[in-house]
Design a protein around this ligand. Structure first.
Ligand SMILES: [Zn+2]
Length: 359
C-alpha cells in the first residue's frame, strides 16, 4: 500500500465516523456519489486505440479492403480482443535502447513524431562538435523530466551505416501507446493502468471504418494519418446511439475500482428516518455498461463516452476529481492529505504558446 492509499483510508474512516453521527452529512455524500461527473469515465480508466497507429494493418488487425488502404482511401478494419490488447499494452524499451526507427515501429508512430514530440529538447538539434554551444556529445545520455524517451547519439558506423550519427532511444518509464506523447495517467492514479489491457475481452470483435485525415493548412490535400468513424455506442438502457464523428482515437472505459468497492460496498450509512442508505461506490451507469462480462465492451469516441480528462497544472481541480473518483464521491480533495511526492505537472512543455500537436 502506498502513501496515497494510506491517506485515503485514513480520511475514509474519519469521514465515515462523522457520517454515522450526522445523518444529514451522510445523505449529502450519498447523493454526491451519483453526481454527473462520477458518471463520466475518467481518461485514466480508459483504454484508447489510435486510428493512425502504424501497427494497425501491419501487425494487428485485418484490413478488409487492402487496395483502398494502400491507395490511402477509406476502408474497414477488423480488430479482435487480442489485437486491442496488444495495441493498448504499455511499451517499455529498456536501455541500451534501439534505433529511433525501430522504436517508432514498436510504438506505431512516425520517427519524425518521436523526434519532435517525445525526445528531450536538448537532443533535437542532434550532436555537435563541442559542448560549448549547448549541443550534445556522442554517447551522452540525454533525458528530461516529463519526456518518456531518453536518447543517445552514436556514430553511424556502429550501426553499419554511413552519414550522421544515429539516435538510439529507450523509454524512461512505461509508455502508453494510445496517449499524447506516450505519457500514461498521472501518478495519482497509480500503476494499475499497466495491466488494464488484460481486461479487454479476448472474444470481442469490432469492425471499424477508417478514413484518411487531411493535413490542415496546406494547399495540397496530403494525407496525415487516419481517423476512425465512431460507431456510436449502446447506452445503459440498451439503445443504440449512432455517432459517425471522426475521431483520432476511440476509447474503451473500464469499470472503476473505487475505495468503497475495495473496502466492501455492503456497508451501510445509517440515516435517521430511513432504513439506511447503501453506499454507491461510484458505479456510474456508463461505466457499468462498459463493464467486463456480457460482451459490453465498446469502442467509441470521447464524446460518446463523455470521457473526462483531469489536469494537474495549477489549481486543485485534478486532485479533487481524482479523490472524488477513487472514493466514489465519498471524499473531497481537501479531506485527504496529499502525498509528499505529489506535484502539479504539465504533460507537454509549453513552448511559444504552442501546446503541441494533437494526434
Ligand atoms: Zn462517437
Amino acid at each position: 500500500m502506498d502513501e496515497l492509499d494510506g491517506n485515503l483510508l485514513e480520511a475514509w474512516e474519519r469521514v465515515w465516523a462523522r457520517c454515522e453521527a450526522d445523518p444529514d452529512e451522510a445523505r449529502r455524500r450519498w447523493l454526491r456519489s451519483g453526481n454527473k461527473m462520477l458518471k463520466r469515465p475518467p481518461r485514466a480508466w480508459c483504454l484508447s486505440v489510435r486510428a493512425s497507429d502504424h501497427r494497425i494493418g501491419q501487425t494487428y488487425g485485418y484490413i478488409e479492403d487492402e487496395q483502398a488502404w494502400r491507395r490511402g482511401g477509406a476502408h474497414a478494419v477488423v480488430l479482435d480482443g487480442w489485437h486491442i490488447q496488444e495495441l493498448c499494452r504499455p511499451v517499455f524499451i529498456p536501455k541500451p535502447g534501439v534505433l529511433l526507427k525501430e522504436a517508432a515501429a514498436i510504438l506505431g508512430r512516425d520517427p519524425a513524431t518521436l523526434a519532435q514530440w517525445w525526445m528531450p529538447e536538448r537532443a533535437k538539434r542532434g550532436p555537435g562538435r563541442s559542448r560549448r554551444d549547448g549541443s550534445v556529445a556522442l554517447f551522452e545520455e540525454i533525458t528530461e523530466p516529463g519526456r518518456v524517451l531518453g536518447v543517445r547519439f552514436e556514430p553511424a558506423r556502429i550501426h553499419r551505416s554511413r552519414g550522421v550519427p544515429k539516435a538510439v532511444v529507450w523509454t524512461e518509464r512505461a509508455v502508453d501507446p494510445g496517449a499524447d506523447c506516450g505519457v500514461g495517467p498521472h501518478a495519482l492514479w497509480g500503476t494499475l493502468w499497466h495491466w488494464f489491457y488484460q481486461r479487454v475481452d479476448e472474444g470481442m470483435e469490432v469492425e471499424l471504418e477508417r478514413v484518411p485525415r487531411k493535413r490542415q493548412g496546406t494547399a495540397r490535400d496530403s494525407a496525415a494519418g487516419w481517423s476512425w468513424v465512431c460507431p456510436g455506442r449502446v447506452d445503459e438502457r440498451g439503445r443504440r446511439n449512432p455517432c459517425g464523428r471522426l475521431a483520432h482515437r476511440l476509447y474503451l472505459p473500464l469499470p472503476m475500482m473505487t475505495l468503497g468497492r475495495w473496502i466492501g460496498e455492503r456497508r451501510t450509512l445509517k440515516v435517521a428516518g430511513e432504513a439506511g442508505l447503501h453506499w454507491r461506490p461510484g458505479q456510474a451507469a456508463g461505466l457499468r455498461a462498459a463493464g467486463a462480462g456480457g460482451g459490453g465492451m465498446q469502442l467509441a469516441c470521447a464524446r460518446c463516452w463523455q470521457v473526462r480528462s483531469q489536469t494537474f497544472t495549477n489549481d486543485n481541480g485534478g486532485w479533487d476529481e481524482v479523490i472524488g473518483y477513487l472514493s466514489g464521491g465519498f471524499l473531497y480533495g481537501r479531506e485527504v492529505r496529499k502525498p509528499d511526492w505529489f506535484g502539479y505537472e504539465r504533460k507537454r512543455r509549453r513552448k511559444g504558446g504552442k501546446e503541441g500537436r494533437r494526434d
